[in-house]
Design a protein around this ligand. Structure first.
Ligand code: ADP
Length: 187
């Protein structure tokens, strides 16, 4: 399955490059120094152009810092979006250092910021599952459950889509979405 309906809203997964898929808000997997990096962060700054980094510098200063589990917003430069939400996920340290709560917080904060802006569509990468080493199966469960919970409450978001870059991460999200659907069917 690739979609779960939550009332009028939809939680979806797809494979692809997040910089190529139009959305009101695109979530970035940033680092807490907001300085740009590799992975999806590099792809977003390359595709979006220098305006995004310029805005981060201007709004948040040379010593900018975004705590793990939180997020900040900029415009989207040349990306097919209005906003980029730069979310900071946790580095995996074995799972006993609050990683699940911090990862959930990064997604929850992103959803809240997007709804505060009036966004109707949002896309996410699999935050923390690249260089930060978060195991994909566990990350998928936390990601989907957190966004589902947001979509079940008061929000402007109508559609939230996880854009998975690799076949492995897509399959992990597909399994987690199927589990979540089975759970919410009340079985
Ligand atoms: P983190 O430091 O949070 O782990 P990474 O960028 O290293 O961030 O990886 C996060 C996830 O984003 C990984 O699963 C990686 O495969 C994926 N990714 C990398 N490039 C893209 C892209 N262009 N679109 C969507 N996902 C991407």
């Amino acid at each position: 399955m690739d979609e779960l309906r939550i009332g009028e809203r939809v939680l979806a997964i797809t494979r692809g490059d997040i910089t190529r898929i139009p959305a009101d808000a695109i979530v970035n997997a940033a680092n807490s120094a907001l300085v740009g990096g590799g992975g999806v962060d590099g792809a977003i700054h390359r595709a979006g152009g220098p305006a995004i980094m310029a805005e981060l510098r201007e709004r948040y200063g040379p010593h900018r810092h975004c705590p793990t589990g939180s997020a900040v917003v900029t415009g989207a430069g040349n990306l097919p979006a209005r906003w980029v939400i730069h979310a900071v996920g946790p580095i995996w340290r074995g799972g006993g250092a609050g990683e699940p709560e911090l990862l959930a917080s990064a997604y929850r904060t992103s959803c809240e910021l997007a709804s505060g802006l009036g966004a109707r569509t949002i896309t996410f990468p699999a935050i923390s599952t690249g260089v930060y080493g978060y195991p994909i199966e566990e990350a998928a469960r936390v990601a989907l459950a957190t966004v589902r919970e947001h979509l079940a409450g008061e929000t402007t978001l109508e559609r939230a889509t996880f854009v998975l870059f690799s076949a492995d991460s897509y399959e992990a999200f597909e399994r987690a979405l199927t589990e979540l659907a089975a759970g919410s069917a009340g079985g």
